[in-house]
Design a protein around this ligand. Sequence first.
Ligand code: B12
Length: 210
Amino acid sequence: MGIAALPLADFEAALLGTDRVAAGRILEAVCALEQPLVAVEGLVAPVLERIGAGWERGEVALAQVYMSGLICEELVEEVLPASKHRRINSPRVALAVLDDYHMLGKRLVHSVLRAAGYEVLDCGRVEPEELIERVIAEQVDVVMLSVLMLPAALRVREVVLALPQHVRVAVGGAPFRLDPELYREVGADAMGRTASDALSILRSFAELAA
Ligand code: B12
């Protein structure tokens, strides 16, 4: 199934109508033809973005955005795979949502990393101070941050400045996609546009360290 053939409009209608069953059926049907991650990135992420844009234009209620996010979180939990195997010699990777409540991007990045065999320290939703303490205490090598609000994106700088120099920081989420230079401005080492980018980022960090 080509991306163009994905039932974006039907999935959007199901979410806006809070019809979890219909949304689940649509996602399941796409998962039968595509890898679950491809389905989630091709269907769930763009439709949530469209719903967000509808909210900005005043055509969609915040409650609908909220319920759509919630339904998608549950559906994604069901379709994405659990860890396959553990990698030996993999870097210690920590993953967190910085200072806001948009959790779905982190969930996707977590699945991608686990499916590829990386062991991930999931810090959940954290303030910079707590994250810095954990990263240092757990001797983390790479920090992956999912950030959807601009004020939180600007706080990435606090994290970068407080971490030991060898720790690499990668970021992703709406503010970074809107302004592709922002990650450099806040001092991060890399930016991912999709959850799958987490893997190429880890590879590039490993090459730099070699
Ligand atoms: C769903 C949603 C919500 C839901 C969240 C539900 C949940 N449990 O997650 C709810 C309703 C709770 C919500 C609340 C709010 N939201 Co909101 N929300 C969204 C929306 C529509 C979609 C976000 C989403 O889940 N997308 C799907 C996921 C899968 O995409 P993603 O997170 O971008 O992740 C993908 C990539 O970015 C990448 N990625 C993400 N992180 C990382 C990290 C790494 C390391 C890598 C490699 C890749 C990567 O991988 C993912 C997939 O490939 C966005 C619109 C948008 N354009 O993003 C607005 C948006 C993020 N929200 C916004 C706002 C303003 C709010 C509220 C303040 C609204 C309000 N007035 O109350 C609150 C604030 C809550 C808070 N303090 O955190 C703004 C942020 C503006 C800004 N830049 O500051 C946005 C951009 C909407 C807009 N255009 O105005 N929201």
